[in-house]
Design a protein around this ligand. Structure first.
Ligand code: PEP
Ligand code: MN
Length: 343
């Protein structure tokens, strides 16, 4: 059930509703909106009568939610959520671009890439320190050492850091460095990890599982929201289909579908989606055209030497060209992109 407060409801009204929910033995989840606050009720087994709440002051209506995700759904919040990442907003008019190497490999590799990311006008540096690889014999990441390099790159460039948390064990170390914690496709259904990041307040990028439906993605987001972390950004990164000529099939349908079903921002990762560098720009533009709130792009100063995902990584100069095209596309769509940094 969702209890929707009136526009002019006071803090005390909200508190009274929360107390009522809790004395009934359920959990209350407050979702603030520009127009009104919604309070999600979870933990109930059967139906709850709306009269429990509609008689309280400041309550507009109490509506049952038929969808399995209550807090991620549009019913809970009519407006799009904007996620504040240390002053950079994701989900508003400005597109967020997150770029960097698949894996952090060395200081030279990371800082060269970071400078290129910044110069092109992106505000977020990505780089995996803990890598969940399909083969146990593949490079598993620089781990803690990689986190140290990410911290240094942030200090030097001011870019916000996006890096993946692979498991609950290493989550505290990742959370210590990351401005946004990435949950990878292979971990979308790792419910302990979702609960772990749900207990933090750090923004989360939740990537869609390789074989997960959009509803399953929203349910995974719900795990995080239900623990009180409302700072969730979804990411479409391609799903497995019968088509073998690309690495995955970038399901751009997910963007308008998610926009209809949920208030959460969604970004697109064309690098993993198509899996080859010469298709990345086209799919990035398509993602923006579909309504994505941002992009995640893999870049590397020497893609042929990359320890992971080199084939889909753009060289810095190609990334600059991509950004120029995205900037023009953004204008057409009445959105914007941060300016290039003039040297
Ligand atoms: C990555 O971002 O490098 C990555 C491993 O992505 P995914 O989880 O989407 O495969
Ligand atoms: Mn990768």
């Amino acid at each position: 059930m969702l209890v929707l407060m009136k526009k002019d409801a006071t803090k005390e009204d909200v508190l009274r509703v929360r107390e009522k929910i809790e004395t009934m033995g359920f959990r209350a989840h407050e979702i603030p909106g520009a127009q009104r606050t919604a309070i999600g009720v979870t933990g109930n087994k059967g139906k709850i009568s709306p009269e429990h709440f509609t008689t309280l002051s400041g309550v507009d209506e109490a509506i049952p939610v038929s969808k399995p995700y209550k807090l991620a759904g549009r019913d809970a919040r009519k407006e799009n959520s904007e996620i504040n990442v240390g002053g950079e907003m994701i989900g508003g008019r400005e597109l967020a671009v997150i770029a960097g190497p698949c894996s952090v490999e060395s200081w030279d590799q990371l800082i060269t890439t970071a400078r290129a990311v910044k110069e092109a006008g992106a505000r977020f540096l990505r780089g995996g320190a803990f890598k969940p690889r399909s083969s146990p014999y593949s490079f598993q990441g620089m781990k803690e050492e990689g986190l140290v390099l990410l911290r240094e790159a942030k200090a030097e460039t001011g870019l916000k850091i996006v890096t993946e948390a692979k498991d609950v064990l290493t989550l505290p170390a990742v959370a210590d460095v990351a401005d946004i914690i990435q949950i990878g496709a292979r971990n979308m259904s790792n419910f302990s990890l979702l609960e772990g990041v749900g207990d933090l307040r750090t923004p989360i990028i939740l990537k869609r599982g390789i074989s997960s439906t959009i509803e399953e993605l929203l349910m995974a987001a719900e795990y995080i929201l239900a623990r009180g972390n409302l700072n969730v950004i979804l990411c479409e990164r391609g799903i497995r289909t019968f088509e073998p000529s690309t690495r995955y099939t970038l399901d751009l349908n997910a963007v308008p579908v998610v926009k209809k079903l949920s208030h959460l921002p969604i970004i697109v990762d064309p690098s993993h989606g198509i899996g080859m560098w010469d298709g990345v720009t086209a799919m990035a533009l398509a993602g923006v055209a579909a309504g994505a709130d941002g992009l995640m792009i893999e870049i590397h100063p020497h893609p042929s030497e990359a320890l992971s995902d080199g084939y889909q990584s753009l060289k810095p100069e190609r990334f600059r060209e991509l950004m120029e095209k995205v900037r023009r596309m953004a204008e057409v769509l009445d959105r914007s992109l941060a300016a290039e940094v003039v040297q």
